[in-house]
Write a protein that binds this ligand. Structure first.
Ligand SMILES: NC(=O)c1ccc[n+]([C@@H]2O[C@H](COP(=O)([O-])OP(=O)(O)OC[C@H]3O[C@@H](n4cnc5c(N)ncnc54)[C@H](O)[C@@H]3O)[C@@H](O)[C@H]2O)c1
Length: 244
């Protein structure tokens, strides 16, 4: 219950899905948590049940992320953990993808990690055991059709993680998580055939749950991972090693 006692964490995209599961898990383990998300209604609802603080932030906005970090440090006296989970998921064939789509995906999915690291680093360096966890994707590791911008942004996060792990060592650990298919919209379930199709792309023959990624984020953020940095933790039910 106390794996994150006295820690202060920002979780971007924390109002829904994997981010929301991470907020819940971190609160259970004693952290002060800031939900940074554009979805005000979901953010406020989660804040009410968990005691986390909700701040409406567009994480693709450099100055807004600066204010997020400043407000967090002012309110809680420091910052120990960043989990960057906010993302947009636009898909489409490359010859139909507009510059606007490409730029938006890069700005949210990859740009936010830069903004967060840029502003948070001076504060993280002051805290023992500080940790950054970037939520990437198996799509940053293997090829899928029609997800060029998304896959490029997720691959970019892995490259950024390698760089930051080197640059911020020894004080700040930096890791990525690559989830497989995670059921983050249970309110709009897939039809059984599509669900089976996705399930069969994983060795474990099912899609994952947000809590299964949140538990990985908890591990990487906690002192249990004190000798782990520069690592890409694949949480994909065996999707990326499936040969058949
Ligand atoms: N769900 C999956 O199958 C899956 C698989 C691999 C990787 N991932 C990654 O996991 C992370 C979480 O995915 P999810 O399925 O939980 O997504 P989700 O859609 O459930 O939640 C994403 C959250 O990000 C927020 N957000 C989007 N743009 C934002 C912005 N500009 N500023 C602030 N907040 C913003 C949304 O409001 C939402 O609450 C993402 O990085 C995603 O790429 C998800």
């Amino acid at each position: 219950m106390d794996r994150l006692k006295n820690k202060v964490a920002i979780v971007t995209g924390g109002a829904h899905g994997i981010g929301a599961a991470t907020v819940r898990r971190f609160r259970e383990e004693g952290a002060q948590v800031i939900i940074a998300d554009l979805n005000r209604s979901a953010g406020e609802a989660l804040s009410a049940v968990t005691g986390a603080t909700y701040l409406p932030v567009d994480v693709s906005d450099h100055a807004a992320v600066g204010r997020l970090v400043d407000d967090t440090v002012r309110q809680y006296g420091g910052l120990d953990i960043i989990v960057s989970s906010a993302a947009v998921f636009h898909a489409g064939p490359i010859d139909e993808m507009t510059p606007a789509t490409w730029n938006e995906v890069m700005a949210v999915n990859l740009g936010a990690a830069y903004h967060l690291a840029h502003f948070a680093t001076p504060h993280l360096r002051q805290r023992p055991g500080a940790s950054i966890v970037l939520i990437s994707s198996v799509q940053g590791m293997i090829g899928f059709k029609t997800f060029a911008a998304y896959a490029a942004s997720k691959g970019g996060l892995i490259g950024l993680m390698h760089q930051l792990a080197s640059e911020l060592a020894p004080g700040v650990r930096v890791n990525t998580i690559c989830p497989g298919t995670i059921q983050t919209y249970p309110e709009t379930p897939l039809d059984p055939d599509t669900e089976r199709l996705w399930a069969d792309r994983h060795l474990l023959r099912r899609v994952g749950l947000p809590i299964e990624v949140a538990n990985a984020a908890l591990f990487l953020a906690s002192d249990e991972a004190s000798f782990i940095t520069g690592h890409n933790l694949v949480v994909d039910g065996g999707m990326t090693v499936m040969g058949d």
